[in-house]
Design a protein around this ligand. Structure first.
Ligand code: VGL
Ligand code: ZN
Length: 201
C-alpha cells in the first residue's frame, strides 16, 4: 500500500478511447486490468471522464469543411480538431465496462464547456480555468500522484504537466497508458513533461 499522501489518477478510460470507439486509441482496452489492480494499492483513487456537449468546439464536425485531426487556432491557442467523442451521457462517454469504479472517491468531468477543450484534469486548455482537482487533492493532503490511462500524449501528459507545475510529485506508468501519437506527439509530451520533473516509469 502506498502512503496516504500518494493518489492514483486514472485518466479517461472511456469507451470512445478504446477499440470500437469514436476516437479509439490502439490498445486502449489493454490498460484496464493493470489499472484495476493498481487501485488496490492506493488510499485515494481519482477517475476523470472526458465529458463533451454534442456541439463541442473541439469536434471537427463543429467546423464545416474542417478535417478531423487538423489544427484550428482558437482564442486560447492551437486546438486539434477531433472526431466527435465522449458526448455527455452517451455509451462512448461511459467508462470501459471492466474498469473498477467503486474504489474512486471522486470523478472529475472535464471538457463540458462548448467553447474550450480540457485535456488536463487540472486546467482547461485556456490554462486558467480550474477544474477544482487541485483543491480537492490539497484538502486531502495528497503530495504525490501516479498517472495512468488514456491517452498518454494528450490527457495524461497535460494532466501530468499541470500537476508537476503545481508542485505535486508526478509519475506516469507507461504500461498502464496508451498513446494517440499524432505527429510525434508522444515524444514531444515525454520531453516537455520530463523537463517539468515528471517521472516516466
Ligand atoms: C483526449 C483528445 C480529445 C484524451 C480527450 O483523453 O487524451 N484526447 N479528448
Ligand atoms: Zn475530448
Amino acid at each position: 500500500m502506498h502512503p496516504k499522501t500518494h493518489a492514483l489518477l486514472v485518466i479517461d478510460v472511456q469507451n470512445d478511447f478504446c477499440p470500437g470507439g469514436n476516437l479509439a486509441v490502439a490498445g486502449g482496452d489493454q490498460v484496464v486490468a493493470r489499472i484495476n489492480s493498481l487501485m488496490s494499492e492506493f488510499h485515494t483513487v481519482v477517475l476523470t471522464q472526458d465529458w463533451h456537449p454534442a456541439d463541442h468546439s473541439s469536434f471537427a464536425e463543429s467546423h464545416p469543411g474542417a478535417a478531423a485531426f487538423s489544427i484550428l487556432e482558437m482564442p486560447y491557442g492551437p486546438q486539434v480538431l477531433w472526431p466527435k467523442h465522449c458526448i455527455q451521457g452517451s455509451a462512448g462517454a461511459a467508462f470501459h465496462q471492466d474498469l473498477r469504479t467503486d474504489p474512486a472517491q471522486i470523478i472529475i468531468r472535464k471538457g463540458f464547456r462548448a467553447a474550450v477543450d480540457s485535456y488536463s484534469a487540472f486546467f482547461e486548455n485556456d490554462h486558467t480555468t480550474a477544474t477544482g482537482l487541485e483543491g480537492y487533492l490539497r484538502d486531502r493532503g495528497i503530495e504525490k500522484l501516479t498517472l495512468v490511462g488514456l491517452a498518454t500524449d494528450f490527457c495524461v501528459a497535460y494532466s501530468a504537466l499541470d500537476a508537476a507545475r503545481l508542485g505535486f510529485g508526478v509519475t506516469i506508468l507507461q504500461d498502464a497508458c496508451r498513446a494517440i501519437d499524432l505527429d510525434d506527439s508522444l515524444a514531444q509530451a515525454k520531453q516537455q513533461t520530463s523537463t517539468a520533473g515528471v517521472i516516466w516509469a
